[in-house]
Design a protein around this ligand. Structure first.
Ligand code: GTP
Ligand code: MG
Length: 300
């Protein structure tokens, strides 16, 4: 899994590595190294705010040395701690032996439906009975896309009518799950409706209906963010934080970007745990996020 992540992060890694390697050879004084390091982090999309904090921390940790290897180790240690703080936030209570309901939210094209397929495949392989709910009724093709995944994975999909009420699809899906003894239902949602305000209202309504029908539901609300859009992912995240009760993040398309530093920016700014990382379009391209493995994969 670690090797896989390392391969998938090759674009980010090689961009960062090039800059760090040139620092090693440069023999520059400490202050210049720290300046260059800040620039490298910003170019990797760590963002200005997080970069300033990281550099301050590296400065403190290495106050007695000029050596680049020490600075590099201090950087790695800071990143692991920074990412771990977000990862350590408490997760949702898992209802043992009862139906679990997860809602997946995020901007259109971010990777919600694909992430649902990946999660479904994983839960199915663990022996859990999984249902899918197509509560994205805004886009005509959305139901079809989920249905294709359902067929491929051999799972029931409760679909809605194009233009229909997404909350009623969620209602139908949980009742189908309760009737058939499913263990977990993954609810796909729209990434775009007529306005953002409508979308947030719609998501709140789905949430409300789920909570009314199943105690404690939704047990997890995963916000899916596309890592390739860099700092815009943060802008999108702030918008979705208007939906109350988001329990964690899934960052997608880490395989396709040279700017994996966005992971650090997101962890630093949002106090939400990064739970999953998407590393491809396939159903098994999903990794549990681990701060240490991520940082190792970046610097290996
Ligand atoms: N390379 C790569 N592509 C991904 C990943 N996750 C999703 N994609 C691709 O991104 C595109 C959009 O993914 P979807 O899952 O349809 O996104 P969505 O959020 O459901 O989009 P809407 O239904 O329009 O709101 C598809 O082409 C996916 O194959 C990933 O981790 N890596
Ligand atoms: Mg979708």
């Amino acid at each position: 899994m670690f090797g896989n992540l390392r391969d998938k992060l090759s674009k980010t890694r090689s961009a960062l590595k090039q800059r760090l390697d040139s620092l090693v050879k440069s023999g520059k004084p400490r202050e210049e190294i720290l300046d260059d390091l800040a620039e490298a982090l910003i170019l990797a999309d760590v963002g200005v705010a997080a970069t300033e904090k990281i550099i301050a921390s590296v400065r403190e940790r290495t106050s007695k040395t000029d050596g680049f290897p020490e600075i590099r180790e201090a950087l790695k240690a800071d990143l692991v701690e920074r990412l771990s703080r977000a990862a350590a936030a408490p997760g949702p209570a898992a209802p043992a032996g009862r139906l679990a309901v997860w809602m997946i939210v995020g901007v259109n094209g971010g990777g919600k439906t694909t992430t649902i397929a990946k999660l479904a495949r994983r839960f199915r392989d663990e022996g859990r009975s999984v249902g899918l709910a197509g509560a994205d009724t805004f886009r005509a093709a959305a139901q079809e896309q989920l249905a294709v995944w359902g067929e491929r994975l051999g799972l029931d999909v409760v679909k809605g009518r194009y233009g229909g009420d997404p909350a009623s699809v969620a209602f139908d899906a949980v009742h189908h799950a309760l009737r058939t003894g499913q263990d977990i239902v993954l609810v796909d949602t729209a990434g775009r409706v007529h306005t953002n305000a409508n979308l947030m209202q719609e998501l709140e309504k789905i949430k409300r209906v789920l909570g009314r029908e199943v105690p404690g539901a939704p047990h997890e609300i995963l916000l899916v963010l596309d890592a390739t859009i860099g700092q815009n992912a943060l802008v999108q995240a702030r918008e979705f934080l208007k939906v109350s009760g988001i329990t964690g993040l899934a960052l997608t398309k880490l395989d396709g970007t040279a700017k994996g530093g966005i992971v650090v920016a997101i962890a630093d700014e949002l106090s939400l745990p990064i739970k999953y990382v998407g590393t491809g379009e396939g159903e098994d391209d999903l990794i549990d996020f681990s701060p240490a493995a991520f940082v190792d994969a970046l610097f290996e």
